[in-house]
Design a protein around this ligand. Sequence first.
Ligand code: FAD
Ligand code: NAD
Length: 367
Amino acid sequence: QVTDTLAKESPVSPSYDWFQTDFLVTIVIYTKQKDINLDSVIVDHQFDTFRAETIIKDYSYLIHIGLSHEIQEDFSVRVVQNVGKIEIVLKKKENTSWECLGCPLENHNSLIPKKDTGLYYRKCQLISKENITHDTKFFCLMLPRSTHLQVPVGQHVYLKLTITGTEIVKPYTPVSDSLLSEFKEPVLPNNKYIYFLIKIYPAGLFTPQLDHLQIGDFVSVSSPEGNFKISQFQELEDLFLLAAGTGFTPMVKVLNYALNNISNLRKVKLMFFNKTEDDIIWRSQLEKLAYKDKRFDVEFVLSAPTSEWNGKKGYISSGLLSEFLKRSSDRSKVLICICGPMPFTEQGVRLLHDLNFSKDEIHSFTG
Ligand code: FAD
Ligand code: NAD
């Protein structure tokens, strides 16, 4: 019976085909799913190896081929959403006719539960690094031209560096380049940049090394992971965000997505917990956003404020939450996202249950 249930849950396996013109080779993936988009496919071409991973629910469908001929560095990816078709258009280096696409490599043309696939990395270049607070920096990395990768809302990636001969890997949550769209710098049309807000811990294993990278140096970036689903936003009316310290990072894209894409949305409220005023990431952007968009409010709570601080104080508590989490109407559809140090998140989730919010109304970001 268990096997029966699993069989029902696994999606129908996609298939693929390819065709060519004098100049182009097009690989078509028929996903047999409707809810796919440009986030659903990750394409890498490194050396002769071509790899296209399509994410379908909790599964991964892999095209993995040693190409028979050379191709140019850049390629394009298109999604025909209503028929669930993904087209990857490669440019031939020489205008000869290919007899075959290439030779299949490990797990080619297979659908595997995502949890059983290893992390795949590509090297990204450090483009810029900017101080945000006394210990937190804004990093911009550039994907190789031969990679198509978009990090979905609520997901994280792993960064990898080799430190004194040992590979060290830590998870980080990419953010948008800004909270305020008019401040957006021009970006390349195909999302080649990934932005991070990362706190440097002087005694930490990974972050001091990351901080020592020079502009132009490389860091390996994995494919995205995480269990947040955009469908959690369906019909949403009230969105509450509880963030502590760098636990703010997943909230950035959640906030941008919600304010720009959810038509029923009435209220987005962020309660942002930090030790001191100096620790608040993007404070002025948050205040500007609250001024600009009447649906958005932000409240700062400090656990170690100076005597001048007139705002809210302390750790996460029942008192703070019950005052903050007011639905816009009795039956409004609510989602509460929470992220921060483990004790903060655990305590927060306990308090939310005590306040009668259901499991479906709470999303906690954890490793
Ligand atoms: P660590 O070596 O882990 O040390 C961190 C701190 O703890 C240091 O101050 C260190 O001195 C202290 N410490 C270490 N060991 C001990 C010990 N035994 N006893 C007492 N103290 C100790 N962080 C971000 O800044 N931005 C993000 O976007 C982000 N996203 C994340 C997403 C996920 C899903 C998760 C799980 C974490 C995320 N983090 C993020 C945290 C990040 O992964 C690292 O944990 C963080 O950068 C610290 O790494 P580190 O190796 O530099 O420090
Ligand atoms: P911090 O030490 O600056 O603390 C920020 C606030 O967290 C404090 O002001 C306090 O209000 C609260 N807090 C801290 N310890 C607490 C405790 N024991 N009980 C209740 N509340 C407490 O935080 P930081 O150094 O920025 O750390 C952020 C944490 O968020 C890290 O542990 C990081 O791994 C985690 N994080 C997780 C994800 C994720 O899982 N997706 C993403 C980003 C960050």
